[in-house]
Design a protein around this ligand. Sequence first.
Ligand SMILES: NC(=O)c1ccc[n+]([C@@H]2O[C@H](COP(=O)([O-])OP(=O)(O)OC[C@H]3O[C@@H](n4cnc5c(N)ncnc54)[C@H](O)[C@@H]3O)[C@@H](O)[C@H]2O)c1
Length: 308
Amino acid sequence: MKVTVVGAGAVGASCAEYIAIKNFASEVVILDIKEGFAEGKAMDLMQCASLNGFDTKITGVTNDYSQTANSDICVITSGIPRKPGMTREELIGINAGIVKNVSKSLLEHSPNMILIVVSNPMDTMTYLAHKSTGMPKNRIIGMGGALDSARFKYRLAEALGAPISDVDGMVVGGHSDTGMVPLTSHATRNSIKVSEFLSEERLAQVAEDTKVGGATLTKLLGTSAWYAPGAAVSGMVQAIACDTKKIFPCSTFLEGEYGLNDICIGVPVVLGKDGIEKIVDIPLSDAEKAHMKASAEGVAKTNGLLEL
Ligand SMILES: NC(=O)c1ccc[n+]([C@@H]2O[C@H](COP(=O)([O-])OP(=O)(O)OC[C@H]3O[C@@H](n4cnc5c(N)ncnc54)[C@H](O)[C@@H]3O)[C@@H](O)[C@H]2O)c1
């Protein structure tokens, strides 16, 4: 199993590290445009192998796509992250050009790859990869919901005073501060609805804290977060590589599901060896449906800025 990660920055390196530590891939190639940067990150990570007990071979390359040839899974993390006060949508100008070129170069060398898009604004970048490569929709997957759901579970556990392992919950919709739809009606603590433990007001606060989870960290760190994004990507890569059929909320091209068309947005999907193997249509409350509709309108507006 060969995995390529484009972008050796904060998220790309964290993603490569978690993939290696989980020890399921034979090879990870990290590619960056900055001379020597990916080589340095790869060497540093390889020097963790004997300490962390993994056999995954990690190599770094400067913009040489021939080294990525025949990758099974490719991850795009290249592009600029937001600074405090910025929205993800403001990154479109620079990141659209990067994502378009990178996805085409990857496809030339790995025609059968499954592509995971991380760069922001992620739903629009996933849509762009879909339109510009013409790859089948099951093989283009946007990462946002896996991270947002992890942040939702963190906030739920905090509010419940419960261990995170006791909590389950999912965030669908667009990967933006206003677009995320935390499914509070489905969230549980050890199979008991969280509404049994938390007031409506407290749950609304949990949802609000989840939606600004990225912005909160960007304010604290001066740039966007990387550990949880890297861990979220590695979980998706593992589900595909090991054909686990685990459900993750992922950005995928919709053709009528959730009443939406011609858009990539976060919905629950089954991940396995063929990428997105099934889109899971779940019933939403009226408020969640309205929120999902508004979220899709926001993503479509950003998609309208693309030059396709
Ligand atoms: N989808 C999500 O949930 C999520 C979460 C966190 C960050 N992000 C996004 O991921 C992206 C990366 O964030 P980061 O914090 O790692 O940024 P970073 O600046 O640390 O790293 C980005 C890397 O991309 C490289 N790069 C730029 N253009 C390139 C090109 N054409 N080819 C190859 N490499 C190129 C840069 O040299 C840099 O090393 C940002 O767009 C950020 O907004 C998404």
